[in-house]
Ligand binder design. Structure first.
Ligand code: GLU
Length: 472
């Protein structure tokens, strides 16, 4: 999916300015929030075969109003300073919206990971981490990276190992990075967290009957038609969970190699299997191949979920979008100019800085787990189980009736780590959506969810600055 030449950071700034006008906050404070606090641009050589490759990379810390700063590391040829700055800024607003107590940051390494072997990628990741260590740009209380486009648990494990080499004996060292494999101080549920969060967010949006009626839809997720762009970690899990837990119907998918549609619904796991076997989503049994890879974005559907990269919906294709709702699972998939066109068409846009916050929310849980040196559920699981068993025994004694074995095991289950993580994520997404919706309802001049989300974020960040005594 190509990224067109639109300044991503300028697009974020434009949306910021639109929202800032509704806050009444002092100009200097808004300026401080808006700008990037620290930009670290680096170049380092890596030996690849007989050659040396000079690698271009970045880490941007957008806001230090809370520490550590937090955000993923992207491996992609599309990486540039403008992009990393925009993504870091979005992290600041994202964390504020979901009450995750971090400032925003982002990293980028300008490589196509497919062009390197695993040992070469390891070398690049370790060298990048060393550069961050040298400049004090990483640490559990400083700046905590995570996965993003082109990276995953494997890279996070390399980052952790490199950090540990330099910080032997630091008690909280494993909290220097999140999204680690579960076996290496990670947390259950982090891999699917962003997609699961997207599902919870969309489910909450469609649960408001009047809001749905206003766009000609019924309430509830069951039977909603969905188009997904990108079957990476976020797109795949969003599709899978929406299909399995929400009863949504995936009628179109767009990927790098092309796009397909199937009005009766695409089984996402069957499609993944087909792609693995044939190398492409095209020619999926029962589905129609569409003429271009962007064509699926223009299908008629209830919910369009761009889950790939930024700048996918621009002024060029926005007039042809027919979805009723666009859920931004990716960061920045709609340019600020395209958004104006979509809003005029009455399309509801659920903004990235809220909708894809599930990843950083569960990263926060992972970081807390690392700092507490204990998995969630260890203390209370058995206690809760025993309490429920006692309650059931009492009810059975008083009523003279027995509860079935299967029912009993459901009722008496104490929460495992995965149950607690998912419940914390669900609570976070529901609460944040209601705050955004209430903000929009309270201020009649705010007519879109992105502006409402920005206003929520700006109010929270500004009160942090005020608490710091910087802007009395
Ligand atoms: N890269 C993800 C994002 O854009 C996750 C960041 C994190 O977990 O820190 O939100």
């Amino acid at each position: 999916m190509s990224t067109k030449h639109v300044s991503f950071f300028a697009s974020v700034e434009k949306n910021f300015d639109k929202a800032a006008a509704h806050t009444g906050l002092p100009k200097g404070l808004l300026e401080q929030i808006k700008l990037c606090n620290a930009v670290y641009q680096m170049r380092f050589p890596v030996k690849v075969g007989r050659e040396y490759h000079v690698i271009e990379a970045y880490r941007v810390q957008h806001s230090h109003h809370r520490l550590p700063t937090k955000g993923g590391i992207r491996f992609s040829l599309g990486v540039n300073q403008d992009e990393v700055m925009a993504l870091a800024a979005l992290m600041t607003y994202k964390c504020a919206i979901v009450d995750v107590p971090f400032g925003g940051a982002k990293g980028g390494v300008k490589i196509n990971p497919k062009n390197y072997t695993t040992p070469q990628l390891q070398k690049i990741t370790r060298r990048y981490t060393t550069e961050l260590i040298r400049k004090n740009f990483i640490g559990p209380g400083i700046d905590v990276p995570a996965p993003d486009y082109g990276t995953g648990g494997r890279e996070m494990a390399w980052i952790l190992d490199t950090y540990l080499t330099f910080h032997h004996g630091e008690i909280d060292a494993v909290g220097c990075v999140t999204g680690k494999p579960v076996s290496q101080n990670g947390i259950q549920g982090r891999t699917e967290a962003t997609g699961r969060g997207v599902y919870y967010g969309l489910r909450e949006l469609v649960s408001f009957k009047d809001d749905m009626k206003a766009i000609g839809l019924e309430e509830g997720m069951e039977g909603k038609t969905m188009v997904i762009q990108g079957l990476g970690n976020v797109g795949y899990h969003t599709a899978k969970i929406s299909q399995h837990e929400g009863g949504a119907k995936i009628i179109g998918v767009a990927e790098y190699e092309g796009s397909i549609s199937k009005p009766s619904g695409i089984d996402i796991d069957a499609l993944m299997k087909h792609r693995k076997e044939t190398g492409s989503i095209l020619n999926f049994p029962g589905a129609e191949n569409l003429p271009t890879r962007e064509a699926a974005l223009e299908l008629e559907c209830d919910i369009l979920v761009p889950a790939a990269l930024e700048n996918q919906i621009t002024v060029e294709n926005a007039p042809r979008i027919k979805a009723k709702i666009i859920g931004e699972a990716a960061n920045g998939p709609i340019t600020a100019d395209a958004e104006e066109i979509l809003l005029k068409k009455g399309i509801v846009i659920v903004p990235d800085m809220y909708l894809n916050a599930g990843g950083v929310t569960v990263s926060y849980f992972e970081w807390l787990k690392n700092l507490s040196h204990m998995r969630f559920g260890r203390m209370e699981k058995r206690f809760n189980h025993n309490t429920y068993e006692n309650i059931i025994a009492t009810v059975e004694r008083l009523t003279g009736k027995r509860i079935g074995k299967k029912e009993r095991s459901v009722i008496t289950k104490g929460g495992d780590e995965i149950d607690l993580v998912n419940s914390g994520l669900e609570e976070t997404m529901i609460t944040a959506y209601r705050q955004i919706r209430d903000t929009a309802k309270r201020n009649k001049k705010i007519t879109d969810l992105r502006t409402a989300a920005f206003v929520c974020a700006l109010n929270k960040i500004s009160s942090d600055y005020l608490a710091l005594g910087i802007f009395p």
